[in-house]
Every structure is written in C-alpha cells, then in structure tokens.
Design a protein around this ligand. Sequence first.
Ligand SMILES: *Cc1c(COP(=O)(O)O)cnc(C)c1O
Length: 381
Amino acid sequence: MKFGTKAIHAGVEPDPSTGAIMTPIFQTSTYVQESPSKHKGYAYARGANPTRNQLQKNIAALENGKFGLCFSSGMGATDAVLRLLNPDDEVITSNDLYGGSYRLFTKVYERAGIKFHFIDLTNPENIVPLINKSTKLLWLETPSNPLMRIIDIEACVAIAKKHAIQIAVDNTFASPYLQNPLDLGADVVMHSVTKYLGGHSDVIMGALVVNDEQLYKDLAFIANSCGAVPGPQDCFLVLRGIKTLHLRMERHCFNGRKIAEYLQSHPKIGKVYWPGFENHPNHDIAKKQMKDFGGMLSFTLKDDRLEKAIAFMENVELFSLAESLGGVESLINHPASMTHASIPKEERLKNGLSDSLIRLSIGVEDIEDLIQDLENTLTKV
Ligand SMILES: *Cc1c(COP(=O)(O)O)cnc(C)c1O
C-alpha cells in the first residue's frame, strides 16, 4: 500500500459490533472478564485500549515498522527509550536538539548516572572517538530544531551497528511522510505526535515505532509499568488527523518552499535556514533521505538586533506567536526565549542558535496570504 492509502486505512477496521467505519472511542478503564485467567486481550486500559491499538498499528504502518506504541507526550516516548539504559551507560547525541530533550537528558537522566555527549552529528565521523564499552545509544534528531541541520541517518547507522549501539531517531520534524528512519536501519523512531501526525494543535502525544520484537516488548513493559499512556479521546483525534497527513504535508512542503524562496530574496532578511536550498550545507543528504523539505524554517533579519526580531514577531498577523509546530495554522516562534529557553545561553550561542533567530512552522493556508503577511510585517519593522 502507498502512503496516503495507509494513512487512511492501515490498522483501522470497522467496529465488529456495529460496523461503525470510524474507530470508536473506548472510554473505559477496565474490561469485564469471563474468568480470572480469560479475557479478550484487554484486562486494564493502562496496558491496552482498542482505540489506542488501532492508532499504534496505523503509525507503525506509516513508518514501515512492525510495532507501534503511543505515549502521553513526545517526552513520555523519549523517556521510555532512555529507561532502557542503566547507570554508567553513555549516549551520543547532537548539539542541536529539541530543548525539552536536552532538559530531560541533562536534568533528569544525568542525575540517574547516564552520561551524554552532545556533538555535531552532521559529521558522523565525530561519533567514532567517543565510542567505548559503555556507549549504548545514539539519539538523532533530523532535520534539527531550530537550525534545520540534516544528519545522515544511514552513515550514523553504519557506525552504530559496527559497535552494537542502538540508534533512535526523533522523526518529528520530517513526519513519516518525508522520512522513514527504520528503512535506513534505525532501531527506534520517535515522534512527538503533537506536531504533524496530530496536525491540528489539539493533542499532546508521543509515539515509538520499532521492528525488533524483544525491543517492542521491553518498551511496552516500560509503557505499562511507568504509565505514560494516552487516553482514547486523544487517540481518536490523532487517528482522524492522520487521515489527511499526506495532503497536509504536500501543502506544508509547497508553502515551505515558497516562503523560503521569498525570504531568501528579500533585502531585509539575513540568513534563511531551509534544507531545500542547494547551498544548504546538508542539502544532498536531505535530498537522499527525505521525500521533500517540509514546512519548517528559521531565519534572521539583516538588522540582527534582538528588538527587531521581537518587533517582527509582534507584528505578524496570520502567523501566531506560539510554541509547537506541525499544525494546519502557521506559527512563529522565538527559540532563544521559548522552545529552547532550557538550553544554557552559552551552549545555544556555541551551536549557532542566536538570540535573534526566528522559527516558522508554515501551515496549510493559502500561500498568497502568508507571503502578504510577511511582506506587510517586513515593511513595518
Ligand atoms: C515537540 C517536540 C518534542 C516533544 O514532544 P511533546 O509532544 O511536546 O512532549 C520532541 N522532539 C521534537 C523535535 C519536538 O518538536
């Protein structure tokens, strides 16, 4: 089955008791059993829920994976992967990471005795000198947030596999429509479902997809033991959102390209970070591993003062100033004070994330209106 057909049909079946075409919201905490050791696959809803099951199967199919697991947030999903580790284990990850992941790694898991190496993974060779007996996990995020750097997944997999290191990819920015890390050899794909998969800015959720059955069992054990599972209403909303994922992504990519090109050619704009430009340092890798370049980009104004960037963000009208991304409506964000405020300033600046950087999550509105809004704003600031 092709992607759009899977988005609509994979994992979902009409309800056997009524024929309802849409997956019912099984709003129940428990299930009545025939006898103490006999039930219909459902005993208690932390462990399993039919609405959640259909969503998990659907997301797994979109990532060409065998097993999916949904969590109450993207961070919940990431946390489950880190719970596979033991004290003194080491993780190699990138220095251009979602702020919440950085916070979870440094503030929660370092305290639990896990060691993290934050490095520039756009050159996968940087991994090699850090590998030792304790290295257990390579955690990638590509495209990266907010600088839109691209990491070569296959090249990282080749190095990790040689040393039996597990490799997990945060695929939130690409969505399964643009990039499928399991096909490139990754062990785990993580999504903040909150973003493109949900797509309508109305749900917080996370997901993991894996192919290895033992790894799936270990993660399902953690999900049930630790309990960060989503409710059935949210699962229903995401199942509904995913049915248009391919259509939304086409428009996100179309609008993304138009806005990248518009900003690039505007005299008041400094630098535009978008992997679709041929002179983007990782353009060839983006072309190799992604179907298109997505709806996310960052930029600076030519007049690189913080107050100018703030004036820009206060003056746009169609772009709402808000955290998050991947919804149908366009958003504008100030990474330094919003999404990435949990990264210390020196770390941020060292990695190229300046105070004046502006990030756009380009929605699926009509492109003429979005560009007009940017044009009006640029005349004012
Ligand atoms: C939002 C986000 C997360 C965290 O997901 P939540 O659903 O907000 O917990 C992780 N990684 C990336 C790249 C994100 O954008």
